[in-house]
Structure formats: C-alpha cells, structure tokens
Write a protein that binds this ligand. Structure first.
Ligand code: DX5
Ligand code: ZN
Length: 216
C-alpha cells in the first residue's frame, strides 16, 4: 500500500490549520514538513515553533524533512516539538554527526531517516541504513516546491530499494519532488512506498480525489 505525505510547503501558511485538516480528512498518511535554513538550501521555510503548533492540530504522523546544515544540533528539539519522523541529509554534516543525529531521534523513540540529494549516489545510505526507519530520495533539487520530477533518479531509487530489501527490510522508501498524477506510478514501480506531494495535493480542486489518484 502506497502512503501519501502531503507537503505543507504548498499550503497557505496563513491558513495552515485549515489546510492540514483538509489533507487529514482526505486520508493522508503522513504530514511532510519541510524545514529550510537558507544555507543548506537557498530558501527559508519554517522551524520549531510552527512544528509545535502543528502538533496540536493534527494526529497525523509529522514527517520532518530537515534541509539544514548540521542537523544534529536540532534533532532533540524537533523531537520535543512533536516530530514522529526526522530525516537528515547525508550531505549536511560528517558521517559521525549524521549518525549521532539519527541516534538522538531513535533514543527519543521516534523514527529516523536519511535523505539523498539528486547528485548523491545510492551507496551513501549504507553507513546509516541500520539506523533508518525511512530513506528519502529527492527527485528535485531540495529548496522549492513545484519543480519538475527527475525521472533519471529511478535507477538510484531501485538501487536504494535493493539495499533496503537486503539489509533493513522494514525501512520505508520515500520520494520527494515533482510527484503528481503523471509521476506517482513510476516512483512506486521503482520501489518507493511513501510519496511526498506538495503542489499536486494543495493545487488540486478535489484534494481527496487527488490523494486517491496518487496512491494508485
Ligand atoms: C522540496 C521539498 C518538497 C516540496 C515538494 O525541497 O523537500 O517536500 O514541498 O513539492 P512538490 O511536490 O510541489 O514538488
Ligand atoms: Zn521535503
């Protein structure tokens, strides 16, 4: 069963509670929260106070995608703010510090994961895989919603799926970027079981219908 994680980056931030309730009522599985620091990616989005507020208005698992330098500095704080899943980019710090970040999240009883940017090879997950409940493969350059899906990431997605099946079969495989009615199928066929979708969900006139379509 494919899970759908709407990204609130495409929601109306002035009506965030309303927009979160809309995807919860529409059967979303996770709520994807994009945290950007203006350094790891060239954009600034939302941070801890917003996650704390979101936690109070939804029971959906919060899937917090940290696009920040040295994510270990904030692992504890995002868990305390109510994150259920915390993912950190492997490119954002040393291997040792990324492992520490994952261990902090796991120590809090939350699910930890790593993220790969498009130019990062599949094998970069290997030092972390046994600590991961989820691996996220980016299908756009992180930083902005509404970009075009990079179909050339599919071989890498399959390679990561192979590593997961071999070494940590319970781990989920998520894709993020450019997922819509035309691309959801190819992502699922290549091994993803969680699809993040921002503009495709929040830009839809019929959100429940769009979530059903994406689930396939
Ligand atoms: C991009 C973010 C995504 C973004 C996806 O850096 O990580 O989660 O919201 O947006 P869409 O689905 O519009 O490509
Ligand atoms: Zn994201």
């Amino acid at each position: 069963m494919i899970k759908i994680a709407p990204s609130i980056l495409s929601a109306d931030f002035a009506n965030l509670g309303r927009d979160i309730r809309a995807v919860e009522a529409a059967g979303a599985d996770y709520l994807h929260v994009d945290v950007m620091d203006g350094r790891f990616v060239p954009n600034i989005s939302i941070g801890l106070p917003v996650v704390e507020s979101i936690r109070k208005v939804t029971d959906l698992p919060l899937d917090v995608h940290l696009m920040i330098e040295e994510p270990v500095r904030y692992a504890e704080a995002f868990c305390a703010a109510g994150a259920d899943i915390v993912t950190a980019h492997v490119e954002a710090d040393t291997e040792e510090n990324i492992r520490r970040c994952l261990e902090i999240v796991r120590g809090r009883g939350r699910r930890a994961g790593v993220v790969l940017k498009p130019r990062t090879p599949a094998r970069a997950v290997l030092p972390f895989l046994e600590l991961c409940s989820l691996v996220l493969v980016m299908t756009v350059e992180p930083g902005f919603g509404g970009q075009k899906f990079m179909a050339d990431m599919m071989p890498k997605l399959r390679e990561v799926r192979g590593y997961i099946d071999e070494r940590n079969p319970g781990c989920e495989l998520e894709v993020d970027g450019g997922i819509g009615p035309d691309t959801c199928r190819i992502a699922a066929e290549n091994g993803a079981n969680v699809l993040v979708a921002g503009s495709a969900v929040y830009g839809a006139a019929d959100i429940p219908g769009r979530i059903r379509t994406l689930r396939g």
